[in-house]
Design a protein around this ligand. Structure first.
Ligand code: HXC
Length: 510
């Protein structure tokens, strides 16, 4: 008996060194942790239960029969994050560059199936070069099956991808079908294929960072939702994110006790809006002062900064915040901002996370750039997302709510449940100056008359009361009471029941 125990320990020790000490040292020298070190940091101490540690590939081509490493380039299993179960797989770059073989795919599929069956989130830590080149179609088939499982689990359990090394091919397509992608600055890259192949095919010379570094994907392509300084920070932030997310689409949001009173009054909000309507202010200040303990997890903070989205808690329960940001492009809605917010709203709706919307929007951004870029279709995504969402929706208009953007930003007309306005709200088809210049074109030569017209228009629409007279605003509230009002609204809406008409699925303008 003693011998078999020793044999097990020997085999385990052998599997744990993956591609060998030389490659582990190279991994460390690049500032990266190994797959197992990453899992240790992500999960609660001693909670990891590894599966399939001894799985090996079955390829015999290109001398692969002599080159087998237990685990075959991916560490899989499950554990807990702050006490809640989560499934995990971590690519081991020290084993054939973390590339995916038929058997490596089987390991991932096993945890994907377990996560879906048991309705718990799955987190993939990626550091891998895509399909294992030596295996050819067997590897491609494996990817196809992983992709299928990504899609079937979408909207049922949260799927999170963390990119922690150079990733190509299937190791970027699978993440692209998950809910969120996070990257590590300077050590992680995402591209369909790397700079060498790019050079061969298109003759373009480009560095890995320029082609698919975190700086590109968090600001230009919007593929990545956030980037972190190093592996440790990324993994600790994933633990924080998981505390905001429900385990599945039926579990309800987690509840985390807070010392922050639901009735907390914030007098400083009464002076947040500047006297000059064209002067910006930071909408994140409002979010920070309203959420529990100022704790806000922002998504896509570096992309389309004219809209802010992310998770916070109100009286202990997760809420998704969407807010126009007057500090950037005056908070205008453009194609990028619309896409960013639409995807976030849909995530919240999938997982029954209530949505709180803060509105200060001068309209949609006009111009050829936007029109050629498909503003109509992208703007429609946000309108579609808000309209179809059946989760509790609470809206607060702080200042401008102009034109189509007024209707889009979770207005009463598209099933906003409770729509509040601060006394500083202005709800109109457009700003007073623009409106007067169209309505009174003939008087444009007379500045005095025009000034009076602007004043009249402002008197009529630069307030929340005209909308409130029609019931489009449920109540005008004092800024200082925003937290209390929103908490109460969400409590009242907790058991909201709305069903959309039966359909196979909708046809959102993609
Ligand atoms: C087998 C691979 C591999 C792969 C890397 N390696 N990628 N082995 N199949 N796909 C091995 C290398 O041979 C090397 O082995 C080790 O991993 C480290 O790789 P390096 O190239 O030395 O590392 P680095 O310079 O950091 O470059 C990493 C890389 C690059 C950017 C990922 O290796 C690369 O471009 N790989 C190929 C990417 C690719 O095009 N994959 C196919 C995608 S197609 P040793 O023994 O030296 O340690 C695909 C289809 C899916 O995935 C379907 C999509 C719809």
């Amino acid at each position: 008996m003693k011998e078999v125990l020793a044999e097990l320990e020997k085999r385990r020790a052998n599997a744990r060194v993956g591609g060998g000490q030389r490659r582990i040292d190279a991994q460390h020298a690049r500032g990266k942790l190994t797959a197992r070190e990453r899992i240790e940091l992500l999960l609660d101490a001693d909670s990891f239960e590894e599966l399939d540690m001894f799985v090996e590939h079955r390829c015999t081509d290109f001398g692969m029969g002599e080159s087998k490493i237990p685990g075959d380039g991916v560490v899989t299993g499950w554990g807990t994050i702050n006490g809640r179960p989560a499934y995990v797989f971590a690519k081991d770059f020290t084993v054939f560059g973390g590339s995916l073989s038929e058997m490596h795919a089987q390991k991932i599929m096993k945890v994907q199936d377990m996560a879906l069956r048991n309705r718990a989130p799955i987190i993939g830590l990626f550091d891998a070069g895509g399909a294992r080149i030596q295996e050819g179609v067997a590897a491609l088939g494996g990817y196809g099956e992983v992709f299928l499982r990504n899609v079937l689990a979408s909207g049922v359990i949260p799927q999170i991808s963390v990119i922690m090394g150079p990733c190509a091919g299937g190791d970027v397509y699978s993440p692209a079908m998950t809910d969120f992608i996070f990257m590590v600055k300077d050590t992680s890259y995402m591209f369909v294929t790397g700079p060498d192949v790019v050079k061969t095919v298109t003759n373009e010379e480009v560095t890995a960072e320029e082609l698919g570094g975190a700086s590109v994907h968090t600001t230009k392509s919007s593929i990545a939702d956030r980037a972190y300084e190093n592996d440790v920070e990324a993994l600790l932030q994933m633990r924080r994110l998981m505390d905001f997310l429900p385990s599945n689409n039926q579990s309800g949001v987690p509840e985390i006790p807070t010392r922050d009173g639901p009735d907390r009054v914030e007098p400083s909000l009464d002076t947040l809006i500047p006297d000059n309507p064209n002067q910006p202010y930071d909408i994140k200040e409002l979010i920070g002062k309203v959420v529990d303990e100022g704790d806000f997890f922002e998504i896509q903070e570096a992309f389309a900064r004219n809209i802010v989205v992310g998770f916070g808690r109100m009286d202990g329960r997760t809420v998704g915040f969407v807010a126009n940001q007057p500090m950037v492009l005056a908070g205008v809605l453009d194609a990028d901002a619309s896409r960013k917010a639409a995807r976030f709203v849909r995530f919240c709706d999938c997982f029954e996370i209530p949505i709180v919307t803060f509105v200060d929007v001068p309209g949609f951004l006009p111009g050829t750039d936007q029109e050629y870029g498909g503003l109509i279709k992208h703007g429609a995504k946000l309108l579609f997302a808000y309209s179809e969402a059946t989760v509790p929706k609470v809206t607060v208009i702080t200042r401008k709510a102009y034109g189509g953007a007024y209707a889009v930003m979770s207005s009463k007309h598209i099933r906003g449940d409770l729509n509040y306005a601060w006394p500083s709200a202005e709800i109109a088809v457009m700003g007073s100056k623009g409106a007067v210049e169209i309505l009174y074109r003939a008087e444009l030569g007379d500045p005095k008359k025009i000034q009076q017209r602007i004043k009249d228009y402002e008197g009529r629409f630069a307030n929340p009361f005209t909308a409130a007279e029609r019931g489009f605003i449920d109540e005008c509230i004092l800024p200082r009471n925003t937290r209390r009002r929103v908490v109460r609204a969400l409590t009242m809406l907790r058991h909201k029941q709305v069903e959309n008409p039966w359909k196979k699925h909708d046809n959102i303008p993609l």
